[in-house]
Write a protein that binds this ligand. Structure first.
Ligand SMILES: *Cc1c(COP(=O)(O)O)cnc(C)c1O
Length: 358
């Protein structure tokens, strides 16, 4: 059994994907091009924003978002500690200060009241991570940020395809980022990502930044970076995007089967008005070591997202004494189960069986 069955997905779309790849090889044009333009157009229309900008990874999407912010005196960025390192890593790399805020144990996302309390005159932005595929109430967060003249960034690396009150992930915050890392809900065959904005000037600035701050050939207005999405990945993603809605629906069906049949654990709580993209189907278990032992014995794959919160990492030594109760609790008890649109009924039954024995 595979934790995420990427091979079955490839076989399902093989003809279309192979055709795209071979066409690009025959054209020998690997950067930019019509495939990228078409993919960006389809992405923007899927999400419901004016501009979708392909880039080299979810990490570079976050990096570019922060680089595109106005230069001012404010240097604090509110982030969760229960997330993948990239969220806070890019804050530090851009000379800004992360302010770690605790999460809710229901949806594993930033707690609204705690965000409110963490806002100071130095707060420049809030990065809301849509953990495991479920969005926060980004409408309320957006309003809070607007009132305080702060930028809201959605780290939607895990939530592409999710929605809140009918609005898609990456369409609500002022700037939104996603990742096309192979195991994410929409995955490339290598690294990839995208940034979503409605503002024309911001979109243009991000496009310039991701190509070395270049406004015309060899004319550089800003210090930028190479963070382009390559043609092959764009073409592959474009094929997968066509099938994505169908996969999302399949993910809901598989999640419902887990919800209704898993015993001895707390299944994901999906809030009213939310549709999760289930980047991970993660449960809370009382004794994780014991459950993991049973997974090992049954030869069933599992993963822990994430065992050490960011504020306890060596690279964030200055924050090691901080206590974030919910973050620390969840890090100890979370466990991700095999999940993808291509998980078979038999495979899922084997996972459910493990939990029945506790
Ligand atoms: C995966 C992920 C990223 C980074 O995306 P890459 O494409 O791997 O760079 C950032 N934030 C979160 C929450 C993620 O899950």
């Amino acid at each position: 059994m595979k934790f995420i069955n990427l091979l079955a997905q490839y076989h399902a779309y093989k003809q279309e994907i192979d055709t795209e790849i071979f066409n690009i090889l025959e054209n020998s044009s690997f950067i930019g091009g019509s495939q990228l333009e078409e993919f960006e157009k389809n992405l923007a229309s899927f999400v419901g924003v004016k501009h979708a900008i392909g880039c080299s990874s979810g990490t570079s999407a976050l990096d570019l978002s922060l680089k595109a912010l106005k230069e001012d005196e404010k240097d604090e960025v509110i982030v969760p500690s229960f997330t993948f390192i990239a969220t806070a890593e890019m804050v530090v790399l851009n000379g800004l200060k992360p302010v770690f805020v605790d999460i809710n144990t229901q949806d594993f996302n930033l707690n609204f009241e705690n965000v409110k309390k963490a806002i100071t005159p130095k707060t420049k932005a809030v990065i809301a991570v849509s953990m495991f595929g479920q969005m926060s109430d980004l409408e309320s967060l957006n309003q809070l940020c607007e009132e305080n003249q702060i930028i809201l960034i959605e780290d939607g690396a895990q939530s592409f395809g999710a929605s809140f009150k009918g609005r898609k992930s990456c369409s609500i915050a002022q700037i939104s980022c996603t990742s096309f890392f192979p195991s994410k809900p929409l995955g490339a065959y290598g690294d990839g990502g995208a940034i979503f904005v409605n503002d024309d000037d911001l979109a243009q600035k991000i496009r310039i930044l991701l190509n070395h701050g270049q406004t015309q050939r060899y004319k550089h207005e800003f210090i930028g970076i190479n963070a382009r999405l390559d043609t092959l990945q764009a073409a592959i993603l474009n094929v997968k995007l066509k099938h994505f809605q169908k996969e999302l629906e399949k993910r809901q069906v598989i999640a419902r089967i887990y919800d209704e049949n898993l015993k001895n654990c707390k299944v994901p709580e999906i809030k009213k008005h939310c549709i999760s993209a289930y980047a991970q189907y993660s449960v809370l278990v009382e004794n994780r070591a014991k459950v993991i032992e049973a997974f090992e014995k049954a030869k069933v794959p599992y993963a822990v997202h994430y065992p050490i919160p960011l504020h306890k990492q060596t690279c964030f030594k200055a924050f090691n004494d901080l206590t974030l109760k919910n973050t620390e609790f969840v890090s100890k008890h979370i466990l991700s189960l095999p999940f993808s649109a291509f998980l078979s009924e038999d495979e899922q039954a084997r996972v459910i069986e493990i939990f029945a024995k506790f």
